[in-house]
Design a protein around this ligand. Structure first.
Ligand SMILES: [Zn+2]
Length: 87
């Protein structure tokens, strides 16, 4: 599942291929103040869209796919998707 992130400049949901990130502009207003949602990302495995937080895009905590059909867990390391090692 390791792959490069694709950053999208414009919000075009139908073009959110797996592994695409769209940075939100109103980031400070969503979610918790300490760890707000800053982007929308499509799961690199199944393409399900989900919100990701500042700490997730900084690679501090893993991203877990929100789809019940998919259990993908991965870290964002700079512009790379790194599968989470089984613990
Ligand atoms: Zn998924």
């Amino acid at each position: 599942m390791s792959a490069d992130l694709q950053f999208m400049e414009e919000w075009i949901p139908e073009k959110m291929d797996p592994g695409t990130v769209f940075m939100l502009e109103t980031q400070a207003k969503l979610g918790q103040a300490q760890n707000p949602y800053v982007a929308v990302m499509s799961c690199p495995r199944c393409g399900t869209l989900g919100l990701i937080t500042r700490k997730q895009i900084a690679g501090l905590i893993p991203v877990i796919c929100g789809s019940s059909q998919c259990s993908a867990q991965f870290f964002i390391n700079d512009s790379e998707i790194v599968p989470r090692k089984p613990s």
